[in-house]
Design a protein around this ligand. Structure first.
Ligand SMILES: Cc1cc2nc3c(=O)[nH]c(=O)nc-3n(C[C@H](O)[C@H](O)[C@H](O)COP(=O)(O)OP(=O)(O)OC[C@H]3O[C@@H](n4cnc5c(N)ncnc54)[C@H](O)[C@@H]3O)c2cc1C
Length: 283
């Protein structure tokens, strides 16, 4: 495909990168790992802002929780000893669901969540763990709930006006029981019929907090509140998990307006919700 790229910029700070984005507007594009850009650069773009040199490739924890730099590759997450122990290792396991080693080695967390294709694996995990997105416009740093970043009014400003710098996961989720599951044609298929991440905060066998996030079935990953309501305040077990699964299937059927093309995915999402919950409880 023809492109009109005239220059590459290699900023060394997030502030400098966001400043370039603000100055160049639609004539520039931000590239991290580049796995989503190869076929989709607009002819209006004359400058590529390559952010791969920014110091945003950290995975660490402090008193507030987990901090994951936007330039971590998906493999970094998959191999992180810290993530292996956080919430049943659900972020690391979700990262490992990526279809092939090349895309996991090049693709970054930022690229995965800023333009979240329905099949992208990571958004559901960050939604389930109540993550926050930290970003800059070059003048100041700000943050907002991850759910708002992917579904709110400003979502399309990421990658144009806002540079995502970090995802933060609250400290309290460290001990949550969690499990991710996806169903696709083959293990290495990118497109899946359904993906589910279930996360539970259990106290004495009772569910204090519950998160059920679903992707692939919907255009964007989303939490399914009706399923979560079936779990909170109840003993963690088969009965509540079955009810949550039924509630999830009913909510998804309504959200997809009963579309025939989504019927299988919706049905399977219900099955995955029950299985993910039971595995999280047993973990
Ligand atoms: C063959 C193949 C298989 C794949 N399989 C999977 C799979 O199984 N699961 C899966 O989840 N994904 C998969 N992907 C998708 C892709 O690898 C991921 O979405 C990847 O994480 C994208 O990251 P990137 O760094 O390459 O993004 P880029 O292509 O560099 O950028 C993508 C978009 O995000 C913007 N952006 C990137 N970083 C930032 C930032 N920090 N702040 C603001 N904007 C930013 C860019 O401007 C661009 O619009 C696959 C891709 C390919 C090519």
């Amino acid at each position: 495909m023809k492109n009109n790229i005239k220059q590459f910029c290699f900023p060394s700070t997030a502030k400098e990168a966001a400043g370039l984005m603000a100055r160049l507007g639609k004539a520039a594009v931000v590239v991290a790992g580049g796995t989503r850009h190869t076929r989709s650069i607009s002819p209006a773009v004359e400058t590529v802002i390559d952010i791969s040199d920014l110091p945003l490739r950290h995975i660490k924890a402090d008193a507030d929780g987990l901090r994951i730099g936007a330039l971590c590759t998906i493999s970094d997450l998959e191999k992180s000893p810290l993530l292996a122990k956080w919430a049943g290792g659900v972020i690391a396991k979700t990262a490992g669901m990526g279809s092939n080693a090349l895309a996991r080695g090049m693709g970054t967390v930022g690229g995965n969540v800023v333009r979240p294709h329905p099949y992208n694996n990571l958004p559901a995990a960050f939604l389930a763990l109540d993550a926050e997105a930290v970003f800059t416009d070059g003048r100041k740093e700000d943050k907002l709930p991850f759910a708002e970043m992917i579904a709110g009014a400003d979502t399309l400003l990421f990658g144009h006006k806002y540079l995502l710098t970090e995802l933060r996961v609250p400290a309290g989720t460290r001990s949550w029981r969690a499990c991710a599951m996806r169903l696709s044609l083959t293990k290495s298929s990118w497109s899946s019929y359904a993906q589910v991440v279930a996360a539970l905060d259990l106290r004495g066998g009772t569910v204090r907090k519950a998160a059920v996030a679903v992707s692939a079935v919907l255009p964007k990953a989303a939490r399914i509140a009706a399923a979560e309501r079936c779990l909170v305040g109840r003993p963690a077990g088969e009965l509540a998990s079955r009810e949550a699964a039924d509630a999830a299937a009913a909510a998804l059927s309504s959200l997809t307006a009963g579309a025939e093309s989504r019927a299988y995915g919706v049905r399977m999402a219900g099955v995955l919700v029950r299985r993910a919950l039971m595995e999280a409880i047993g973990s």
